[in-house]
Design a protein around this ligand. Sequence first.
Ligand SMILES: Cc1ncc(COP(=O)(O)O)c(C=O)c1O
Length: 391
Amino acid sequence: MGRFDFTTRPNRLAQHSVKWKSSEQDPDLLQMWVADMDFLPFPEIQEAVTQYATNYIFGYTYASDTLYQSIMDWEKMEHGYEVERDDIVLIDGVVPAISVALQAFTKEGDAVLINTPVYPPFARTVKLNQRQLVAHSLIKKNGRFELDIDQLEKDFIEHQVKLYIFCSPHNPGGRVWTTEELAQIGYLCQKHGVLLISDEIHQDLVLFGHRHTPFHTVDETFKDFSIILSSATKTFNIAGTKNSFALIPNAGLRKQFTKQQLRNNQHEIPALGLLTTEAAFRYGKPWLTELKPVLERNIRFVAEYLSSHTKIEVMKPEGTYLLWLDFSAYALSHEEIQDKLRKEARVVLNDGITFGKEGLYHTRFNAAAPFETVQEACERIAAAFGHKTAK
Ligand SMILES: Cc1ncc(COP(=O)(O)O)c(C=O)c1O
């Protein structure tokens, strides 16, 4: 028995949870979509928030030295990255930081490359900011996503790409990029003058013995043309408290970024985000250590169960708790698949098409819930998509 409870499913129905909203009208639905976790928070985070609620007056708040130090300590301890305090720029979210970076480093009409399928706000942000979207497809190889580096170079040249929004580890599919792959990408960006934004929000959720490499640690020179965006919110399930950080060692880029942040009046962080981040990084390691085998067991189960009971092809992630499911072996349209999941299986997954055109016939399954919930979701899916319904 561990110190933490990963078996109780918190009742989120009365909590305005985005993930569980549709269950408020329809309680039979199982929600396995939005990327937060159905686990209880760990005590030190609850204590920090209670302490704040009891003793503070909820006024404007500045980021303390101890918060900066907690980020630096975490990066060094967990990822071997010795971050300089001045390189850290706090911002309320990684997605808002992507907007700021796009606005700071590119202008309307500039080409911005992403690797599809990918977390939907990447494409949305590029399009809404009137930049030209270059969707470079990942290739499925050996049961995982890989990058076609030659094609990437062709895309850089053909579209005159200015900026590359890279997801590391990758969502969906959970690729934990190797140092060699990151080096190839970095040298290509260097060669073609492409700025890289590395979204590393899933950095701590690497599983099955894989290791995350921060982009800046691959080669010292990569700090010149890239920024890392990350956060404690995904790792420690505190996404609703809103806080993240950008690591920008290049002083020129940092100045452009912070100026744009100020232009948007986006430089203040909610007090709650500041204190949950610090509590998470200071005290969260034992919780994270217990969480990982729970996620690994859930992921193994989903992969094995769905593979043996259905024709769904499961991409087993190397990191993240998000599985990419391929339903193309069924003689069903994309809409019929989504419909069957919701109406027959009564399970809500992310619609794959929102991640890019490669998401046709796909969905994304969030396995960060107590084992029984994950098991029930798989059994429901298998009952609806068992071999009998295959062509
Ligand atoms: C790759 C990626 N980036 C960013 C986010 C969200 O970041 P934030 O809540 O800090 O805006 C998510 C959430 O799932 C994600 O998967």
